[in-house]
Design a protein around this ligand. Sequence first.
Ligand code: TRP
Length: 332
Amino acid sequence: MAERKISCTGIKPTGTPHIGNYFGAMLPAIKLSREYDARYFIADYHALNSLKDPAILKQYTYEVAAAWLACGLDPDRSLIYRQSSVPGTFELTTILLCFTPKGLMNRAHAYKALVAGNEETGHDPDDGVNMGLFTYPILMAADILQFDSDVVPVGRDQAQHLEMTIDIAEYFNKNYNQELLKIPRPLIQSNVETIPGLDGRKMSKSYDNYIPLFCESKQLRKMIMKIVTNSQTVEEPKNPDDCNIFALYRLFAEPDEISALAQRYRTGGMGWGEAKQALYEVAERIIAPLRDKYQQILSDKAEIDKILDDGSRRAQEIVSAKLRFLRHHIGI
Ligand code: TRP
């Protein structure tokens, strides 16, 4: 069998997975893992920048791991591990720090937004900026470059970080006149922006407009009933292409169901309550078995630890070999 290409991504454990995460990030990355040699990890040290409560960080780490396993990531075929358990990543970060111009980090969106906010409110520009945030893209570059990753599936919000990874790898390679670090290719998941939350904006933890992926079925229905709609009457024909309910419906439903519901929209005579009920039914059909699996996995944390520890051990082996190679070339 030909060597599989390597796919790498990090999952920041900063919240309970929601429907936007599922369709925007998890499902595409899990699909990729069937064809690629997938190396996926829980980016707990990236999360530490913003999440300083130990119990919550720990809980989210388990939830995220259980979610990916429940949704079909196969730990025998793919690597799934905790970022913090692979010390080699942090050694590579130290190496890459020496090749990263400070000016490159000054341009990072997240950092720039914080500084701009401080300036607007008359605060010191450095207020609330820790070095973990400032060097975030360098740790992320190490995550990716340690594996000679071919592709990195991420949302559009991570595009700049990927460009920075490529820049850093190129500075490094240029210094040694050889491609010691493989240049990865970003796979930007562009449908993420089109998954609307309850208020119609992109579904996101930061907008607090999300539907948790694994809430109980009653809660799921309740959340769906909260989706904001316009004030068209039952009789009026409606436009499926301009409707948050329909945008979510098409993610869960089969093609014939999608065209049938679109037809009902256009004909009129269907109220929003009915459209929401239809959405609930197709969503529950997909989510119910995943939820059962998720709860079962989450109920055995020792088993999750075992899976993550095994992944970390295999990851560290790969990373150690890469570090031996790099140390040799840099004269350390
Ligand atoms: N920064 C990513 C996010 O916020 C998470 C992440 C960390 C990541 N390391 C990575 C993604 C490496 C892809 C590759 O979601």
